[in-house]
Design a protein around this ligand. Structure first.
Ligand code: GRF
Length: 196
């Protein structure tokens, strides 16, 4: 299976995914694509020997359709079987998602269905949640709303801030996403549950 990974920033989740696709893993990374030419993850991907591409959303002004057409075309060049959104910070329109539906995953830093959208750590703290975590889900047209394929759970500790939660959550993301990808690539629909 060929995997394309979409990033916008540091790409720590991309790094974990690429490093996991070795040996008898049914998938291999074929492209790391960023909407931001300055994304630190591009250099990481190059260092890991994965081809990279940039489709700069700022080059399309407000023309979302043109941006997504360029994104689609860059992906068609590699013909991925699976697309992993990993710290990808652009909201994708329904048409783009439809053309990749069932083959596109995303990692979201909350225990979905809680806290779709942004500022998930602050919202978990404000709610006084005893637990927090991350979810990998299939991408559907509704934001952060597709079938959940795996979750990692951790306690919220006294004195936690959004920053300490995010920092403690990141290693769990790096464990969860590769575990979900391996099952998804093997056609194994069992959800992955870590921690808790
Ligand atoms: C992570 O918090 C992840 O949950 C979110 O983007 C953040 C940065 O991810 N999706 P990465 O280091 O760029 O993979």
């Amino acid at each position: 299976k060929k995997v394309a990974i979409l990033i916008s920033g540091g790409g720590s989740n991309m790094d974990a995914l690429v490093k996991s696709m070795t040996g008898d893993h049914p998938a291999r990374p074929v492209l790391v694509l960023s909407n931001d030419p300055a994304a630190g993850g591009l250099a990481k991907a190059a260092g890991l020997g994965v081809p990279t591409a940039v489709v700069d959303h700022r080059a399309f002004a407000k023309d979302r359709a043109a941006f997504e057409a360029a994104l689609h075309s860059a992906l068609l060049d590699v013909q991925p079987d699976i697309i992993c959104l990993a710290g990808f910070m652009r909201i994708l329109g329904a048409d783009f998602i439809q053309s990749w539906e069932g083959r596109m995953l995303n990692i979201h830093p909350s225990l979905l269905p809680k806290y779709r959208g942004l500022h998930t750590h602050a919202r978990a703290l404000e709610a006084g949640d005893a637990q927090h975590g991350c979810s990998v889900h299939e991408v559907t047209a509704a934001l952060d709303d597709g079938p959940v394929l795996g979750q990692a759970v951790m306690p919220v500790l006294p004195g936690d801030t959004p920053e300490t939660l995010a920092a403690r959550l990141l290693p769990l993301e790096h464990a969860l996403y590769p575990a979900v990808l391996r099952r998804f690539a093997a056609g194994d629909a069992r959800p992955v549950m870590l921690g808790g």
